[in-house]
Design a binder for this molecule. Structure first.
Ligand code: R7I
Ligand code: MG
Length: 390
């Protein structure tokens, strides 16, 4: 009880600046420190702790852990949202393409590279088309839309806008509902965490399930789930598993991997990241007592192996919005490329968010929302048609 009160003072109330900074910076830190174990099948906790301890080692000088495509694309999202004071698909697509051609070696998924190359063509009229062409016209179900989505939750105070723009932003590269709905789920988790919803974990997971019931109820999602032989409303199914696992007193890493996954599909990583945060709200005997919740979350995400940088990045964004910037060790921030930059841009997102929650967004922003709403239904119709034809 007393510990919660202390934390609440440090992090401030709902949507405090500390939470914005925490979300953006912890996402970068998760990406950078997670790179060490990406693709590993088994990661002993001992190795994770050794890696994290080495970040405190001043004798290593200025050695920096590079960020990967997760952060490279999230930075484009932030810059686009700030420059356009809202969502502008042309601008965001252009930034993704430009970033890829300037720095192609960031570990992009093999499929998405084709999309990014096509997005750089000046002849392209529909920026959603390259993503729709992926995987024989079904679109990618990878977690690339979800890994970069946190800034949407930090730009739009209204939950309907968070869902709408998270989906559209993801569809620029991931047009399969199992890809873009993963992004919607991740954005919802950051949105709720920013409001302080993780103070009541049972309600937090129930809210996510309720929201996703509606999100996954559309024709495109039901159709994709059927074609890909997944459960009806697959993210809801996974979130129920998260709820089951979070209520167990002991859960093995093997069980988490086999129930939730640790792979590059959004379905096998977004619910996993959410579980990492929920599981690490309490101290765990296999993690140092000196660790706070954010450090526990990052360490635990790494110990799952698989797509460690992206799972730690997504878990970091949710946990950072809960614990705030003060919970991230300075030594970790210093070691991660782009973490200090993220801290500075977080304040600008905070201002954009609070400006629009007061209704202060100008004409262009309002108009832009209406246009994007129309674009959303157009994009969703296309997906429905495409799937119907298969
Ligand atoms: O989703 P994406 O941007 O990146 C996924 C992960 C992230 O962790 C990145 O950081 C990177 O490390 O990889 O990349 P995509 O290329 O869209 O999807 C990733 C991979 O998922 C593809 O290369 C495919 O192997 C697989 N995949 C699919 N396979 C078959 N059918 C995605 N969608 C499909 C599909 O529909
Ligand atoms: Mg990754």
């Amino acid at each position: 009880m007393a510990m919660t009160a202390v934390r609440a003072v440090a992090v401030g109330g709902p949507a405090s600046l500390s939470r914005f900074r925490g979300a953006l910076v912890a996402a970068v830190v998760g990406d950078c420190v997670g790179g060490e174990f990406e693709g590993a099948e088994e990661v002993p906790m001992e190795n994770v702790l050794q890696h994290l301890n080495s970040l405190d080692d001043e004798t290593k000088g200025n050695s920096i852990l590079d960020y990967s495509d997760d952060t490279a694309m999230a930075r484009c999202v932030v810059q686009s949202l700030l420059t356009r004071t809202g969502f502008d698909e042309q601008d965001m697509a252009r930034r993704f393409a430009k970033e890829y051609s300037a720095s192609p070696g960031r570990g992009y998924g093999s499929g998405v590279i084709q999309v990014l190359k096509k997005l750089s063509s000046p002849q392209l009229s529909d920026v959603y088309q390259p993503a729709r062409d992926q995987f024989n016209g079904r679109g990618s179900f990878g977690n690339g839309g979800a890994m970069r989505v946190a800034p949407f939750a930090l730009a739009f105070p209204d939950i309907a806008n968070v869902k709408r723009f998270a989906r559209l932003g993801a569809m620029l590269t991931h047009s399969c509902s199992l890809g873009y709905n993963g992004a919607v789920l991740q954005a919802l988790a950051v949105h709720l965490s920013l409001q302080g919803a993780l103070d009541l974990p049972q309600e937090f997971i129930s809210k996510l399930i309720n929201e996703m019931e509606e999100v996954e109820g559309d024709k495109a999602a039901l159709n994709d789930a059927r074609i890909l032989k997944e459960a009806e409303k697959p993210f809801c199914e996974r979130l129920r598993k998260v709820r089951y696992l979070m209520n167990q007193s002991k859960v093995s890493i093997e069980e988490v991997i086999s129930e939730l996954g640790n792979g590059i599909a959004a379905l096998h990583s977004v619910p996993t990241a959410i579980f990492c945060v929920l599981h690490c709200l309490q101290p765990r005997e296999y993690l140092p007592e000196s660790y706070g919740g954010l450090e526990r979350t990052i360490a635990y995400s790494l110990a799952l192996g698989g797509d460690t940088d992206t799972i730690a990045c997504m878990a970091g964004a949710i946990a950072g919005a809960h614990y705030g910037i003060e919970a991230i060790p300075q030594s970790w921030i210093k070691c991660c490329e782009g973490a200090q930059d993220a801290d500075m841009t977080a304040e600008r997102l905070y201002m954009l968010y609070h400006q629009s929650s007061k209704g202060g967004r100008g004409e262009t922003g309002e108009q832009s929302c209406k246009d994007k709403s129309e674009e959303a239904s157009k994009a969703s119709n296309c997906t429905e048609k495409k799937n119907g034809a298969e």
